[in-house]
Structures are given as C-alpha cells and as structure tokens.
Design a protein around this ligand. Sequence first.
Ligand code: MG
Length: 450
Amino acid sequence: MRTLRLVTTLAVAGLLAGGVALVAATPASAATAVFSVTNNWGNGYQGQVTVTNNTSAQITSWRVEFDLPSPSSVSQSWNAQQAASGSHYTFTNVSWNGTLAAGASTSFGFLVNGTGTPLNCTVNGAACAGGPPPTTPPPTTPPPTTPPPTTGTPVERYGQLRVCGTTMCDKNGARVQLRGISSMWLNWETAPYAENLSALRWMRDNWNLQVIRAAMGVEPAGAYLSDPNKARTQVETIINNAVTAGVYVIVDWHAHEAQNNQSQAVAFFGDLARRYGHLPNVIWEPYNEPLQVSWTNVIKPYHQAVVSAIRAADPDNIVVLGTPTWSQDVDVAAASPVSGTNLMYTLHFYSCTHGSSLRAKGDAAIRAGLALFVTEWGASNADGGLDGRACLPEAQSWIDWMKANGISWTAWKLDVGTDTTNLLSPGAPVTGGWNNYLHGHAPFVVSNMR
Ligand code: MG
C-alpha cells in the first residue's frame, strides 16, 4: 500500500534571516509536519509544502488539501495546480513534479494574505498528520544546508530559473541573485562590445558576471523598427555568445512607447521564443521603460499580448515586465499583476536621483507578492550621469537592499563615453581585458558583482 509522508513547511514569522528553522511534531502516523521560517511580513507570509514519497515504489501523482481559517487566503502559488472552494484549498502536481521515486520529495509554495495557517491537511485523501502549527517559536537551529556549487558556468550551476514567491530560484529551488551588466542601446554602441564573445568570457571570469542584457533599441532611427535585421542579428549574436559562455541573457525591447508597436513586439518575441525559448539562458524583457501612462489600460494589455506570444512557444522562461514611470511604479503593477507564471517586474534606479522613497515602492510591491528584477541601475543621475557625478553611498544602500531581497540586477551600461554610467574609458579593446579601462561607476559595479 502506498502511503505518503507529508512535510508541511510554513513561513510563520521573521525569526531567522535567510535561514530555516525546523520543528517536528510527534507524528501520530507515518506523516510528519515540519514548520520552517522563511519569509513573513506581518499581515502575510510565504509557505511551502514538501511532499515526500515515503513508500518503496514510485508514485505518479499527488494531491494536497487543507483549510485556511477566514479571512486568510492564498494569493498565489507555484509548482502546483491550485484550486479553491471557499476556504478549502487543493493543490495537485503539475506535469513535471507528479512522479516521485521511492523516498523522493518535491515542493510547492504559496503566498498567504493573513496570518492563518493550514488546518485539516490531507495528502491523497489521507491525513497529513503532524498536528497543528506550533504556538511557540521554533528553535533556531538551522537545518543542514547544501553549499551552493562553486564550479562551472553560471548556467551550469543554476540551470533553468523560475520565480519562487517574490524572488528567483535555480533548478534546485535555491534562491539565486544574478548580477551583471546591460549593453548600451545596441543601435548606439560606439563599438560592438556587447556582441563580443571574448569580452563576455572575460567579464564572466574577471567580474563574476552571470547575466548580460541585450538592450535592443526599438524607436530611434537605426534601431529595430527601421533596421530590424541588423537589430535582430545583434541580439541573436549576444544570445548565442551567452549560450557558449554559459551565462544568462536578457532580451530587452528597449523602448519607451512600445504600446504603439505592439504587433512588432508580439512578432519579435514570438519568433525568438520559438527558436530560443528552450534554452535556460534566456530571460525575456518586453518593455524597458514605459512612460507615465496607465498600467491597467496601456501597459498591462501590452504585456498580456507579448506574454501570450512568448508562452505559446516557451512555457517557462522568466519574463520581466516594465512598469510605469520609467519602470519605477512597481507598486502600481502590484495592485493588478499580469496573470501567468514566472513573471517578474522591472524596477530601475539611479542613485543620485532615487533613494528610499523608491525603495519603499519596491518594498510595497514585494509585500504584495511581486518578484522584482532591476534590469538597469546607475550610481548617477537618472539621465545616466551626463554631469559625470557618482552617488556611491546611496548606491550602496540600493546594493544592500537588492541583496537583502534577492533581487537580481544588471547595471547600465557597456560602452565608452563620458557619462557616469559608461563602464569603459577610451581605448578599451572590444575583446575584454579592461582592468585599466574602468570608467565612472564601473569600479563600484564590478566590486559588487564579485
Ligand atoms: Mg523555456
């Protein structure tokens, strides 16, 4: 007879920063309930359930059910198919995690609005057991953790990425914070730095770069709309180089009024998703920086159209969605998120212009359940640093905030010029070897990638 052992893992309170605490209730049956602390924000929390096949034979499906005391409710979940009837929730396996070998485990996660914890838990109709949630804080002894792998390319280490709650996880379900750089507008590069494989390898090996962003200009003369073959070729070169170098690559539709060219964006991303969506390297970014236009009436419908085109060919790679006001109003997006899976939202900052009030918007979005990705930032004014000034103390506050929240980032921008955010100084070869060519905020960026 097949029996299942269910391990219920709940984020209850912020008792351990970045750690997990366990307490096992004495089981009345073969099941055990284990509660852990991962993330909590007072009026809600992130929960996780681990299903373990405790039999000697393979199983091919599982179903977990529980009640949440009103008014608590599940706002979103991942790695399981969720259904609800009133306060009763049912989670069934998705296609890739239903089959469990003897002794194997899999997990799904969910966000709860409210502080109520699951009651009357069953797995495949039998009691999960393990008893109710503990009423005393768990002990602070963390479980043994597997140290992250330190060899191989970034993609070899992390593999297929996915959104897990409000952050990004690697193929093993561990939180990952990618760090890297953005190209210049590809139509305005002074030299083809972003398209050079040797340079990419050099940044990977010397800067610890894990991700490069291909900022494909759309609207200016010479960019995608007027020379699509050139722009697409540049992007495909960067994708292919990223695959060779084993780093991640963001395909960025670098536009400010993309809703005016939605059909072109749908065609572009649909085409690339068909040809590159099977690769773990690729991250899609359909709209760099919308202007001050309506999220619900303009930007969100655009995203829904492009995400649909991507998902028709690529069911799983992460899509990072631009937000109003040059990708600052993530709190507005959080009030009406785009439906779908593995979606993140773009936050951009420039530290001479943006400080704690913009981080507060980010905090609000995270509390509402959004996963953020900073696909551009600079230790400069919002114009990229035309005056050459750098604001490093505020940039450090941002670096600390992104690290604390597991927010991945790519810094603006890989080119030669006088702006603070130009990473390279004149004479920098296109093939890398830039130790004597760092410019502007580059030393700060590089030191925070390592
Ligand atoms: Mg894919």
